[in-house]
Design a binder for this molecule. Structure first.
Ligand code: NAI
Length: 335
């Protein structure tokens, strides 16, 4: 029986890369029933909101979504639809793997690490305001709970265990943010004692950024709070060739939403030149999540082989192939 999945094309390059991913997922042999739903800036004129109720209902039914990027106005306007979706479905774990691609020239070889970012708390809690009407100052409240810290660090250890990984590094700033980052670190240390078979290290976020650039291969699984995880996962995607290549999963207790790490790329939207790899790999993560291991493996391998062959290299990776040409190179390997 086909598994129902909510499909959100999103804004900017979203529809281009999401449609390419759907073709590739289907060619990999997975039997999914797509339920198309609107979200993001594109949904505002038609539905009056960036997250229409129908879309939320669809995700409540399917408990599974593949999502394109959603545009969020900077500094004003509606709150991020991405952040709202993560909060609505309590998608507390954001999993962002970064693994070197054969055929993509970067400064590093053999990078294979995963950033696991707490997705619902910290400075993205959305508790923010200006202190007066003149906007002379603004405040943002970072909320970290013991329960929230415990479940994300526990998730990181379970993730490491189930994938044969050996090291979990907790990234913090407890020297300055003694209460919030301090609570995250203290809880993380307690969780680590339950998993003696996995090595545990802790590192201050600024040092972590430097160490990632100096020698990324010293890391394996990184677990951290929301803002640090957001920034570090863009950094790690840069280590392996950029945003066009990096996928992410937003995992909750019963619902999961898969997406690219990149945004709507307004500079190249509508030109047919975006790299669909990230959303395709998000599709492979979705397939793995629902137990379609064979299709997931087949899809990920076809994507990696298409990139390695250099027969259809997109512009972000130094070539001049269109999204269509790259998609065809992937499909050819799947059929
Ligand atoms: P962005 O990721 O859209 O673009 C950054 C740079 O990477 C641009 O030069 C873009 O052309 C390039 N790029 C991104 N994806 C690419 C792809 N698949 N192929 C080739 N090149 C690619 O980040 P930016 O400009 O900061 O954000 C634009 C919009 O996207 C904003 O409204 C932001 O809020 C939203 N956004 C949404 C996210 C989501 O829905 N998960 C994540 C990040 C940003």
């Amino acid at each position: 029986m086909a598994i129902p999945v909510t499909l959100i094309p999103g804004d900017g390059i979203g529809p281009e890369v999401v449609n390419a991913a759907v073709e590739a997922i289907e060619a990999a042999g997975a039997r999914l029933e797509w339920q198309r739903a609107a979200a993001g800036a594109g949904a505002v004129p038609t539905h009056g909101t960036p997250i229409p109720a129908e879309t939320l209902d669809s995700i409540r039914r399917t408990k599974l979504a593949l999502k394109g990027p959603l545009a969020t106005p900077i500094g004003e306007g509606f709150r991020s639809a991405n952040v709202a979706l993560r909060k609505e479905f309590d998608l507390y774990a954001n999993v962002r793997p970064a693994r070197t691609f054969a055929g993509v020239e970067t400064r590093y070889t053999g990078v294979d690490l995963v950033v696991i970012r707490e997705n619902t708390q910290g400075l993205y809690s959305g508790v923010e305001h200006y202190v007066d009407e003149e906007r002379s100052a603004a405040e943002s409240i970072s909320i970290i709970t013991r329960k929230g810290s415990e479940r994300i660090v526990e998730y990181a250890f379970q993730y490491a265990k189930s994938r044969g990984r050996r090291l979990v590094t907790l990234v913090h700033k407890a020297n300055i943010l003694k209460a919030t980052s301090g609570l995250f670190l203290e809880t993380g240390r307690q969780v680590a004692t339950r998993h003696p078979e996995i090595q545990f290290k802790e590192i201050i976020v600024d040092n972590c950024a430097m160490q990632l650039v100096k020698n990324p291969n010293q890391f394996d699984v990184l677990v951290t709070t929301n803002l640090f995880g957001d920034i570090l996962s863009d950094l790690t995607s840069g280590l392996i060739g950029g945003l066009g290549l990096t996928a992410g999963a937003n995992i909750g207790a019963d619902t999961a939403i898969f997406e690219a790490v990149h945004g709507t790329a307004p500079d190249i939207a509508g030109k047919g030149i975006a790299n669909p790899t990230a959303v395709m790999l998000a599709g492979a993560m979705l397939l793995e999540h629902i137990g379609e291991r064979t299709a997931a493996e087949k899809l990920a391998t076809a994507i990696r082989e298409a990139i390695a062959s250099k027969e259809a290299t997109t512009r972000d990776l130094g070539g001049n192939a269109t999204s269509r040409m790259f998609t065809n190179a992937v499909l050819k390997r799947l059929r």
